[in-house]
Ligand binder design. Sequence first.
Ligand SMILES: [Fe+2]
Length: 429
Amino acid sequence: MEKFEYFSGIPEVGIVPRAPHAGPLLRQVFEQEHGRGGFAGKVTHSYHLYPPTNWLADEARVIEGWAPRWESPLRPLGGTHVALSVMAPDEPRDVYRGMARLVANATVAMNVTAPRAPMDYFFEHHSATVVYFVHQGGGTLETMFGPIEFTRGDFLIVPKGITHRFELAAGPQYYWVYESFAGDPEKSEAPTTGQFLTHSRSDYRYPRSLDTRNEAGRFEIVSKVDGVYTRRVHPTHPFDVIGWRGDCLPYRFAVEDVRPLVADRSHMPLSAHTVFKLPGCYLCVFTVRSVEKEGMWLPFFHKNLDYLETLGYHFGDFFSAGGVVREGMVTIHPVGLPHGPKPAALKAFLDGRTPSVHREVAIMADLANPTAISEFALGLARPDYMKSWGGYATDPRFVHRPDRLAEVRGLAERLADARDELRPPDVDR
Ligand SMILES: [Fe+2]
């Protein structure tokens, strides 16, 4: 025992050798490297009771038709906004066998799953790091590095290749699942606001309680590479890890830990709410926050010229969504097509009816063009969503008037020298 305690430069748990690939312990246990970027990127080493390659060779095989909706064919969406109903599974399926693809580009896919059956196998995604958002439910994500408890409103990040399984708590479960094929999610932060906004790395929860299993039996691991699913069987439990060291790890991040940037006199652009950047995608959290006091508090009309926007509605009133959207639904706004507040929300703004709080939590993932939609998603599409903006073509306040141009010119002249009021009205002058 040394006189003082020290942190090592790299996270570690349990029994590990003094350094990777070195020391007498490696004659007793079996080291496995989980590494990105060939052998030169983020890496974790795990130390096992048994060799990780002790599979039963005769039993390894490709399994056909294992998760058919995950491979739902993709097609171009074109210029139509789409709102997807909540998926109602026709039979109880587990997290992965019930996974259904919604949209995808070359580097990212968004999926949905509503698991109701336990996993009697372990899973490894060999082509993506996966980000889960738990819209409903909870349980334990069991990983070779230790368990992670999760509940409603949590993100789970599972790096590519990590052996894991979900143990579900009782009750309904509903997750949005984002696969990142070309890199791990990177924390987003602006250079001028620093590392603690809109969240801090200290909000990430990595496993630390190793639950080492020295068990014999038949342990099935299903791996996914692109659209190919392969099952292999091991004679010892895959969680035979007695220690690990590294920074390529699964973790949890709670939506409550997002501390949003707000501005009194301007509407924050949506990208100000980005929490993760992935190759070909950025992922934002719109959370409960103060309403802009004097500026426009609604999303401005916009066309996103480089991304298709997905928005998963987790919690809230969603008045600005025109009454069509409910919790659990996902809207898809394709590249280039204008959108913005629904007529009722814009009228509220124009009439000066300003709430004090945005009472909502929604998860936005924008996927770089070209992004395609799946046949499965089109099967969930509601036919009435484009009508949400219908008031703009019928409401007298928004439709054509012959004197409209003259009216706006007159108003512009009157307002030309207007400045923001900085002095609060109740302050003595
Ligand atoms: Fe948008």
